[in-house]
Design a protein around this ligand. Sequence first.
Ligand code: CA
Ligand code: CA
Length: 251
Amino acid sequence: MIRLVSVMSLALGLIACGDDGGGGDSPDARVAIADASQAGPDAAAVDAPAIADGAAADGPVVVPDAAVADAAPGPDAAPTTLTFQQDVSGYISTQDSSVQSASPSSNFGTLSVFAWDGDPTSVGLLQFGAIFGSAGDQIPPGATIVSATLTLQVDNGSDAAGTIHLVTSAWSEGTVTWATQPTYDASSLADAPFTTGAHVIDVTTSLATWSASPASNFGWAFATASADGVAVRPSEGASAQPLLSVTYVSP
Ligand SMILES: [Ca+2]
Ligand SMILES: [Ca+2]
């Protein structure tokens, strides 16, 4: 009996275990299903960004956005043109003078002499000062120079073109002499005008250099090897003074 009971107990135990096992399988299955169902959404969630990434990779949609972003500053970055000419619209910062080897200690800035010659050697100096700054009539430092021209009126011509050089050190119209003349690049930016009349000279590269470093704006030097000198209307002239026109895009 005891043995039978034991067997019965064992059997009941097995049944109970079986029930438990059966009951356990179900929860396990539910868990598995739950896991599966969780995995599903998770996978879907993972897939979703993947799809989003794919859309981004298809990116033409994104690129136009970037293009729009780039274009946004566009209207603000519309080119602006400023002109600088002595005594026009309050501009008074032109300097022009000549330095003459035959009179090495003489200053000609106040004599309104703006000329250059090969014999005796003289060099013309011209600078438009105070053209960079934050005022409305100044070029913002760092501006992209679209174009720039210098217009000079030649009153006394020559038989040959001269050269134009970037001045690389400071000078002052009221004091500069042959002995104290500034340094300037040996290479020529452009031909200096030599026939009488108005001449428009492209000085875009000069302005680009100065925009990147406004303190380096020391103007230009004009020279010629010809013994037939050139005289240009100076800033002190009543009309047709040197004119600088600059078209730029603000930084
Ligand atoms: Ca002068
Ligand atoms: Ca001449």
